[in-house]
Design a binder for this molecule. Structure first.
Ligand SMILES: [Zn+2]
Length: 206
């Protein structure tokens, strides 16, 4: 792609770093911004910079939050003895949208994936295991996507806490293998949470 301006080229290259954005789309977005009033670009840049600088993660569940303890963890109406283990904030959003879950979450920040060089220590697994070992947790619900990495991660956590007095379950695999939670429709996902199955039954393929 030949550019008539170095400034334009730089903006397009930066935009094209984002996932799912090729150079052509990046160019379209940048040209769109150029056609809009200058403030729009400033608001966008400001929102991104402020988000990056000020964003916090909940000290308990590691969800993205504007305060130290997120709204879900600090809500007295939520059952903090039932923890749903998820990969990232998109899963929390998807499950919250179903309105069917009244417990709290633990956001791992990814899945164990040796191919991508992601081991257990890079995820928020230790703090989860600690929480369970400290006692008082009644149930852990594994809600990672039904992929090999998801299963590996579930099983890794399960092995660490299997001697603890905690019930373990998995969301029913009504969701087809390979589907990500965020794409599951809310009714299916809501039903999966209500009809969760004992964790051991979900792992018979291992
Ligand atoms: Zn939290």
């Amino acid at each position: 792609m030949e550019f008539s301006s170095k400034l334009l080229e730089k903006a397009v290259n930066e935009m094209a770093q984002l996932p799912g954005i090729g150079k052509r789309t990046a160019l379209r977005l940048v040209l769109h911004l150029l056609k809009q009033p200058e403030e729009q670009t400033q608001y966008l840049a400001q929102a991104l910079t402020t988000m990056r600088e000020e964003i916090k993660f909940c000290k308990s569940c590691h969800n993205i939050s504007d305060v130290a303890l997120c709204e879900i963890c600090s809500n007295p109406l939520r059952n903090n003895k039932v923890i749903c283990v998820v990969e990232d904030i998109r899963d929390v959003m998807a499950i919250e949208n179903t309105g069917q879950f009244k417990g709290i979450y633990h956001v791992l920040g990814g899945k164990i994936s040796p191919v991508d060089g992601i081991g257990p220590s890079q995820l928020h697994i230790a703090s989860l295991v600690e929480k369970v070992k400290a006692g008082g947790i009644e149930e852990l619900i594994f809600a990672l996507s039904s992929t090999m990495e998801g299963d590996t991660t579930n099983f890794y956590i399960f092995r660490q806490i299997k001697d603890c007095e905690v019930k373990t379950s998995a969301i029913a695999r009504g969701i087809a293998v390979g589907d990500e939670l965020e794409y599951a429709d809310e009714v299916t996902l809501g039903r999966s949470i209500l009809n969760r199955i004992p964790f051991e039954h979900s792992m018979k393929n291992l």
